[in-house]
Design a protein. Structure first.
Length: 117
């Protein structure tokens, strides 16, 4: 089985990138890929927005979350952008593998192809 990690770095005004990360994740999952979506950098701020049921991307986010595609949030970045509690409230784990950040080398060692958006 092929493995893909999608890392969301999109800023608050880059909704197209976020929606495509979720769309690609769902499409790859439906094609039997092992998919993980991570929120990193300023992309961590999207969690609160996507959890809002009135947001237009919420249904797509909710579907990805229910499928288990949302792997988590960078701990360091969530702290920097003040969204650690939002990630916890959303039930998402935080990662602090390398100096508080997600480990890219671990993903590559585990044979994940990396896509950043």
């Amino acid at each position: 089985m092929k493995k893909v990690a999608i890392i969301v770095h999109a800023t608050e005004n880059e909704g197209g990138r976020v929606s495509h990360a979720l769309l690609y994740g769902k499409e790859l999952h439906e094609a039997n890929f092992d998919v993980k979506i991570y929120f990193d950098g300023q992309g961590t701020t999207w969690v609160k927005t996507l959890e809002d049921p009135s947001h237009m991307f919420n249904p797509l986010y909710k579907a990805a979350k229910e499928l288990g595609l949302i792997a988590g949030v960078c701990n360091f970045c969530a702290n920097v952008f003040g969204v650690t509690e939002d990630a916890k409230s959303a039930g998402l784990p935080t990662f602090a593998d390398v100096e508080g950040h997600l480990s890219i080398s671990k993903l590559i060692t585990d044979d994940y192809q990396i896509i950043t958006l």
